[in-house]
Ligand binder design. Structure first.
Ligand code: 5AD
Ligand code: FES
Length: 346
């Protein structure tokens, strides 16, 4: 199996059979080898740097009803909040003074924020902090909206594909959401010129190893600039409350294989991975991840952005999280980097 890993590392190509075999591997030594190859490829491209992004979760209102997500519209027990323009700028001010040069604005699909409002928020951040990158993560929109966001200065857009298998997609989402529209969005975002992030949950309900292979082949083909991979974690107020969390090992294998297939990708060691294992994010970095996204949202709303159970970092001020995460990055043998950290070669 090591020779297959070698080959994928050299050629950046893999067959479905090869990926399936690696995903199903249970030999810890082979896994270690896979992770070390992913680390090496990451180091060749990013020289041991781990980029920090300031995450602002600005609304937990959502018109969608994804079956896995704690802020789905059917969760009547969710306490809802939204941040105003000034509050968002306040988060950026705090983040900028801490050294952040990327702000990620993430939220549910909240119709309260018109395209005009999003554009105004983006352009005021870019005006105030022209040396910063702005990343949006606000879901599926018409192409025209994406074009407006881009023209107002947004640099990047995160929209996980969630699963590359259409049938599986329909088991995770209500009938009014479609796989085809998701793919349309990703294609539009790329054509418009964003640095685009795709990604998925590992161990989501009804997912098979073959589905994960499809995800990897999709990523290899689409070549996203960013790839977000975290374990599925159940949330008590969703239809998936009774399902198990994704496995640390499977998540790490997906991170490592994504690194080999998309060598220049920016791949976060996700908060979800840090939630299912106390050293999850460090393990993610060791398996080829190179981004961490500490939270800049106001402490008062942190706990309310409740996608899944037991989410970490909901009780810490941004400065505390930053210090904690810097320590973790250094202890894992990497160098924290607060610069914009665009995708290399972009
Ligand atoms: N467990 C893990 N990740 C989740 N997300 C949403 N709900 C969950 C959950 N229960 C992820 C989705 C989404 C991102 C913002 O958070 O992949 O795209
Ligand atoms: Fe948030 Fe450690 S990263 S407390």
């Amino acid at each position: 199996m090591k020779n297959i890993i070698e080959k994928i590392k050299k050629t950046r190509l893999a067959t479905g059979e090869e990926l399936l075999m690696l995903l199903k591997n249970t030999d810890g030594e082979i896994d270690e080898y896979l992770f070390s190859c992913a680390r090496e490829v990451c180091r060749e491209n990013y020289n041991g740097k781990v980029y920090l992004r300031g995450l602002i979760e600005f609304t937990n209102y959502c018109k969608n009803d994804c079956l896995y997500c704690g802020i789905r519209r059917s969760n009547k027990n969710a306490k809802r909040y939204r941040l105003g323009h000034e509050e968002i700028l306040e988060c950026c001010k705090n983040g900028y003074s801490l050294g952040f040069r990327t702000f990620v604005l993430q939220g549910g699909e909240d119709g309260f924020y018109s395209d005009d409002m999003i554009c105004e928020i983006v352009s005021s951040i870019k005006k105030e902090y022209p040396d910063c990158a702005v990343t949006l993560s606000i879901g599926e929109k018409p192409r025209e909206s994406y074009e407006r966001y881009f023209n107002s200065g947004a640099d990047r857009y995160l929209l996980r594909h969630e699963t590359a298998n259409k049938e599986h997609y329909s088991k995770l989402h209500p009938p009014e959401m479609s796989f085809d529209n998701r793919m349309r969005c990703l294609k539009d975002l790329k054509e418009i010129g964003f640095q685009v992030g795709a990604g998925l949950m590992v161990g989501s309900p009804f997912q098979t190893a073959e589905n994960l292979v499809e995800d990897l082949l999709f990523l290899a083909d689409f070549q996203p600039d960013m790839i977000g991979i975290g374990p599925f974690i159940p949330h008590g107020e969703t239809p998936f409350a009774g399902f198990e969390s994704g496995k640390v090992r499977d998540t790490l294998a997906m991170v490592a294989l994504s690194r080999l297939l998309v060598p220049k990708a920016l791949i976060p060691a996700t908060t979800a991975l840090g939630t299912i294992h106390p050293k999850g994010r460090e393990m993610g970095l060791n398996a080829g991840a190179n981004v961490v996204m500490p939270n800049l949202s106001p402490l008062g709303v942190r706990k309310l952005y409740d996608l899944y159970e037991n989410k970490i970092c909901t009780g810490e001020e941004a400065a505390e999280c930053l210090a904690c995460i810097k320590g973790r990055i250094a202890s894992a043998g990497f160098e924290a980097d607060m610069s914009r950290g665009d995708r290399c070669g972009f």
